[in-house]
Design a protein. Structure first.
Length: 113
């Protein structure tokens, strides 16, 4: 008998959203989502979770050396950022009378992006 897979959370974070990191070494920092990989449940956030990579000299990069790039962050470590509350917030999906789905801040009831 095959083991049950845990139910995946509905993706409430999209590309170009502003998010706040809620745990880890970059806790409290905000950034814009560059890419979303829902298969691996990871987000690439601008300026967050920077790692150092050692590069060899090649045709493009004559010098080589150390470069800093963003590494993916698990989606459970971030929350959507609400600029009016200036903090990360929980989000629920609400359907309007016209049938349009909106992301709504649980605390303030404000429609986010």
């Amino acid at each position: 008998m095959k083991a049950k897979q845990p139910k995946k959370r509905r993706p409430t974070i999209r590309r170009e959203d502003t998010v706040m990191v809620i745990s880890g070494k970059d806790k409290g920092r905000t950034g814009r989502v560059i890419t979303v990989d829902w298969k691996r449940e990871r987000l690439l956030i601008e300026g967050v979770n920077m790692v150092t990579r050692h590069t060899k000299p090649n045709a493009e990069n004559q010098k080589g050396g150390l470069i800093k790039i963003e590494a993916p962050v698990h989606y459970s470590n971030v929350q959507l950022y609400n600029p009016t509350l200036e903090r990360g917030v929980r989000v629920k999906i609400q359907t309007s009378d016209a049938g349009v789905k909106n992301r709504v801040c649980v605390k303030s009831g404000e429609v986010l992006g």
